[in-house]
Design a protein around this ligand. Structure first.
Ligand code: GLN
Length: 304
């Protein structure tokens, strides 16, 4: 049996010494206030054991990690109809890239880039009675934790500087791929990105993707086919134009956010979350990527 606690400590220790050349996301002013030296890792085995190191129980802004949870909810609500409005191909471009959207008639490449997640947000708005409340409850249920909430401060901060997302939403609207008002869809989208969770809560919420669609409480939220598809989308699109690199170095489906969080999982085995706010030039956590590479190399636990 591997000594997971010792492995996490070893990784944490070695990376704490590395010069962190990453930069905290500043285009959302509220995120720029987060100290660069935060660093936590939490591992949750499917058998129930938990291991933690560093700042794993401090809340972070989950940002684009929320796109996997909104995708899961949309899949649950509309099934494969979703695929008529968003594709499942890697974009090979940054998360906020716009010009492909124009070339491809308003159909986003995948649900994990911003334009795709904005379409997913639109679908949730059309199908949920109280969208913000219902989505938050879904996340709370998956994580088995009632304390999870939105950060109105982060939402507001992102709204004030969200010019690129406004451009994406307007373009989608012009192509007829946004059914609700731009303002309402973005209000939902900025809220979902502002959810605050710690690494342990993230591993709890993502348990459903490692456990054939059953959450921690053993409730079946998604079919195993939907989980297969969501994991495939994470593997191919979860790190934007660095998805190949993440698959190559780490070999797990996963998702990053500009708050510096990453969640990854090995189906039927574990979920793992890292948090280190400074980002590499592709917008993914500089230390988080390396921590996960070390983890799958040391444990030999990856999908490949
Ligand atoms: N809320 C961020 C944005 O829309 C999410 C981006 C990310 O985490 N990659 O720009």
């Amino acid at each position: 049996m591997l000594d997971y606690q010792a492995i996490l400590e070893e990784i944490h220790e070695s990376l704490k010494k590395v010069e962190n050349t990453g930069k905290v996301a500043a285009y959302i002013p509220e995120l720029a206030n987060v100290p660069k030296d935060k660093f936590g890792i939490h591992l949750h085995l499917i058998t129930g054991e938990n291991y933690s190191v560093g700042d794993a129980s401090e809340k972070l802004s989950i940002q684009s990690i929320s796109k996997v949870l909104s995708l899961a909810k949309a899949f649950q609500l509309v099934g494969n109809d979703l695929l008529e409005r968003v594709d499942v191909e890697p974009s090979g471009h940054p998360f906020n890239h716009l010009s492909l959207l124009e070339l491809e008639d308003g159909i986003p490449r995948n649900p994990l880039i911003n334009s795709g997640a904005i379409v997913v947000a639109d679908i949730l708005l059309s199908h949920l009675k109280n969208p913000k409340e219902d989505f938050l409850n879904f996340v709370r249920e998956l994580a088995h934790d009632e304390t999870i909430s939105y950060s109105e401060k982060v939402t507001e901060s992102e709204r004030l500087t969200g010019f690129n997302n406004y451009a994406a939403a307007n373009l989608l609207k012009a192509y007829g791929n946004l059914h609700n008002d731009v303002e309402d869809v973005l209000d939902f989208y900025f809220h979902q990105c502002s959810i605050m969770m710690d690494c342990r809560q993230l591993t709890n919420a993502f348990f459903v993707f490692a456990n054939k669609g059953k959450c921690l409480k053993n409730v079946q939220h998604l079919t195993s086919s939907q989980v297969k598809r969501i994991n495939a989308i994470m593997l191919t699109c979860g790190f934007y134009d660095e998805a190949g690199e993440f698959a190559f170095e780490v070999g797990l489906p996963g998702k990053s956010g500009v708050g510096g969080g990453i969640v990854a999982l090995l189906p039927h085995c574990f979920t793992i979350a890292t948090w280190a706010p400074a980002l590499n030039p592709k917008g993914n956590s500089y230390l988080g990527m390396q921590a996960l590479e070390q983890f799958t190399t040391k444990t030999k636990l990856s999908i490949f």
